[in-house]
Design a protein around this ligand. Sequence first.
Ligand code: CFM
Length: 538
Amino acid sequence: MKPNPHTVKEQLLSALPKKSARKRAEQIVVNERRPDGSVPEIKANVRTTPGAITQRGCTYAGCKGVVIGPTRDILSITHGPIGCGFYSWLTRRNQTRPEGPDDANYIPYCLSTDMQDEQIVFGGEKKLRAAIEEAYELFHPKAIAIFSTCPVGLIGDDVHAVARDMKEKLGINVFGFSCEGYKGVSQSAGHHIANNQLFRHVVGTNETPRPEKFKINLLGEYNIGGDAFVIEDLLERCGITLVSTFSGNSTYDAFANSHMADLNTVMCHRSINYVAEMMEKKFGIPWIKVNFVGAEGTAKSLRHIAQYFNDAELTERVEKVISDEMTDVLKTQFAVRSRCEGKTAMLFVGGSRAHHYQMLFAEMGMKTVAAGYEFAHRDDYEGRRVLPSIKVDADSRNIEQLEVLPDETRYMPRRGPDELVQLEAAGMDVAAYQGMMPEMEDGALVIDDIYHFETERLLEIYKPDIFCAGIKEKYAVQKAGIPCKQLHSYDYGGPYAGFRGAINFYNEIDRMVNTKIWQYVQAPWETEEELEVEELAS
Ligand code: CFM
């Protein structure tokens, strides 16, 4: 029998003390799409209750690991104790492909100031300066980025002053991030801090003109498992020029030159919407929401880009690429549907994949019965239309909000207001994102910042055919007899973006949900007699 989501919600809350349950109730919502297009309000981007096991990461992770990390030729130095550098070293599968053998790629390196007691007591700026000089001597990079870890903020090291001095001394771009792990309630704060500094120190610093006709940036695509390679190839075949990607397979120069594009396309709204908005304000580049996860989403996104440029030849090429690719996509879809139709999935991932991957499951005939983000905001759940009603709390106020004005000489609106209205009328989300909940079924459970306890209860109650999360959850899920697909790292698989990626995903999920292996999983205590104390001791 299908579980009643309202009862499930009560069950989840019943384990908490009354006051905590009351607060938690606002983060667990039964989805409902109302006739006026609205959905219920969900509480998000708030502190995790102490004691709850959360999936979340820290602000440093969002800044260094997520947004800047995938750029291969910015040399990243973690200012802090060695653990922060070590545990953020090559743990995210953002791939990169330097153009030639002599092109810089610092991603394999882990640079840290290795802060010790002495720096905690007497300050770490001296050691940071020395580290920057040493790194410069070794690599001669175009740019150096300094990332602050928790103790840096606690002892008050001024990484920005050090960056300014070193920039002058070395003659390269050096900039710092106040992305101390505790700065926000999650890694989301780190995204914002990274966006601000990229915009302030890098975007628009390279004026090389771009002669191409159809120039776009791709924002919020991080090349996990090679996704960006697939998208790059698709765009190229369509004749669309990718000026820069923020930040999968990216370079410093591409960021610096990105204001030459005529359109910003945004994949992961959560992590990079700030750059899109700031570029709109300063340079007049409009942004649209795209999604290259799922064959349908990919086709729609390509068509929207073509519509934006309104060029018959481009449209024809885009249609040709789509129809070439769709033959194989449909063949695989048809094959897997016979085995996957009606199966259920749950997705609990960061800030956009819990939404995007529902499309891929839908293409296989599978249903998403519960989903949620680790750290996204209400606009990612309910759509940007709720932005004016989001209360700014002390934690959000803590993160700098850049005041951006039109550039005196370089502001050039790429499209007039009328043209933008026309594009919207043609079904395009111009400077808009509809959010996850309007695309989920009524009765689906939406849970923000899911607690591990709740994950285990959901598995028991719903017994979904697949649960999507990350490495921290993976083995607990499998021990419950349910396959777990990691949607952060792709379990060493991928790519899953674009048409080719969709085919990969269909095949992989088909294999996972139809294998019998998980139903044989039994914990030893479920089968064996309880061992006597003496036996255990021997
Ligand atoms: Fe955006 Fe991401 Fe995600 Fe994200 Fe992430 Fe990621 Fe993610 Mo892991 S930028 S919000 S901070 S799509 S690392 S590539 S998979 S939690 S859903």
